[in-house]
Ligand binder design. Structure first.
Ligand SMILES: NC(=O)c1ccc[n+]([C@@H]2O[C@H](COP(=O)([O-])OP(=O)(O)OC[C@H]3O[C@@H](n4cnc5c(N)ncnc54)[C@H](O)[C@@H]3O)[C@@H](O)[C@H]2O)c1
Ligand SMILES: O=C(O)[C@H](O)COP(=O)(O)O
Length: 385
């Protein structure tokens, strides 16, 4: 039996994926794995029994990744599963900054109960004139699952699209329309864009990527959209510039400083909040956890190398270790000494770490696991029956 602890409410269809071998709990328990959305896990104690954390979503900055890696805890996310939901809301944000929809709706609601609404509307609508998106320039920072969809859709609006992503993946590049202009440095994008939309992760290199300095390079009246993470933007710089240099700031990450600021549109983190996206994320996360807990296969991990091998033999061992010379021979010496025949093996690395998955044609392990754990560079050994 495996214990899965849920943080946040997780879509029912995701939970339904777990077979009868799983016990799903919401309270503290001896959990084998955690399924989480945006709850902050940075202060949690990582117990020895914890083997995996799956983020039903994209951003993993709420998870202590480095500490997990040091303990051999696999962290997963669900790449692309909520990208369509976010893309659609970004389009709302874009239209909200081009046309004063928010102000207009607020004003219209004040007319409640009046008999002359039709006349007042026709007389006063000139206060809410906006711009068209066609022909305007948009800069997309981060061309991953979401950025690509936003960039491609902006082309459909007739916009000129600039994209910036120094780490763009080959897959992403294939999916990007060739009508998107690739900015080779961020300044090129900043100085040309009427709209700037952020779709990159928050980390120590990207924190406050939008600040007083970068804003000073932007066009007057630029509209900034942030559906990625609050920390990417220096809120003080926004407050200083909004209504002047910055036409508006649409953010999915409200906070005390930004609440109530004119021309700051605060959306309560709704990017991924659609029935469809919550379900896709939860189902994908549940499958990743089951594949890892039952077979040691790693799919969509953000801290371990991806590794997948069909089951063969009778027993499987998964070894997470430092990526150093001689590990495979140390592992195989221990198995050979006990005459344990390897039927299949894969070894995958990711930076300083590596993962070796071994299938054995044997009924027992004769103390091999204990000895494997004693190898200095070994971080975790897991047996799959
Ligand atoms: N508002 C929401 O509800 C919501 C939903 C999903 C994701 N997000 C946020 O959006 C981010 C992007 O999501 P995604 O699914 O597209 O992720 P992704 O991993 O598919 O794409 C991120 C892209 O950012 C690029 N990147 C990294 N550092 C960069 C830098 N310094 N400059 C430019 N590009 C850089 C990467 O190369 C990658 O292509 C997530 O990290 C998450 O924080 C928010
Ligand atoms: O990174 C993400 O996937 C989004 O921020 C969505 O977060 P949520 O699952 O808490 O809505």
């Amino acid at each position: 039996m495996y214990n899965i602890r849920l943080y946040n409410s997780i879509a029912k269809n995701g939970i339904k994926q777990f077979s009868e071998k799983y016990n799903i709990v919401e309270d503290e328990t001896e959990e084998d794995a955690i399924l989480v959305r945006s709850s902050n896990l940075h202060s949690m104690v990582l117990e020895d029994n914890l083997k995996a954390i799956a983020r039903a979503g994209a951003g993993t900055n709420n998870i202590p990744i480095e500490k997990c890696t040091e303990k051999g805890i696999a962290v997963f996310n669900t790449p692309g599963a909520n990208a369509n939901a976010v893309k659609e809301l970004v389009m709302v944000g874009l239209l909200m900054s081009a046309r004063p929809l928010y102000e207009a709706l607020k004003w219209t609601s004040t007319l409640d109960g009046r008999d002359d609404i039709e006349e007042v509307v026709e007389r006063e609508k000139k206060k809410f004139k906006g711009h068209e998106l066609e022909g305007r320039n948009i800069g997309v920072i981060g061309l991953g699952a979401i950025g690509i969809k936003v960039a491609n859709l902006a082309l459909e609006f007739g916009m000129n699209v600039y994209g910036y992503d120094p780490f763009i993946s080959v897959d992403a590049a294939w999916n990007l329309s060739r009508n998107i202009k690739r900015a080779t440095d961020i300044n090129e994008l900043l100085k040309n864009s009427d709209y700037i939309t952020l779709h990159l992760p928050l980390n120590e290199n990207t924190k406050h990527i939008i600040n007083n300095d970068t804003i000073s390079q932007m066009k007057d009246g630029v509209h900034i959209l942030n559906f990625a993470r609050g920390g990417l933007v220096d809120d003080d710089a926004i407050i200083e510039n909004v209504g002047g240099k910055v036409g508006s700031y649409v953010t999915d990450f409200p906070n005390k400083k930004l609440a109530g600021v004119n021309r700051v549109y605060n959306i309560p983190h709704l990017g991924a909040s659609t029935f469809e996206s919550e379900e896709k994320c939860a189902v994908m996360a549940a499958k990743e956890l089951m594949e890892y807990l039952e077979n040691g296969n790693i799919i969509n991990s953000v801290n371990m190398p991806n590794a997948y091998m069909e089951r063969s033999g009778k027993i499987r061992i998964g070894c997470f270790h430092k990526n150093v010379v001689g590990m495979i021979s140390k592992i195989s010496d221990i198995l050979t000494k006990r005459k344990l025949n390897i039927t299949n093996l894969i070894n995958k690395s990711r930076g300083e770490y590596a993962y070796t998955l071994i299938d054995l044609d044997s009924d027992g392990l004769n103390g091999a696991v204990e000895e494997l754990k004693e190898i200095d560079e070994m971080i975790r050994v897991q047996v799959y029956l």
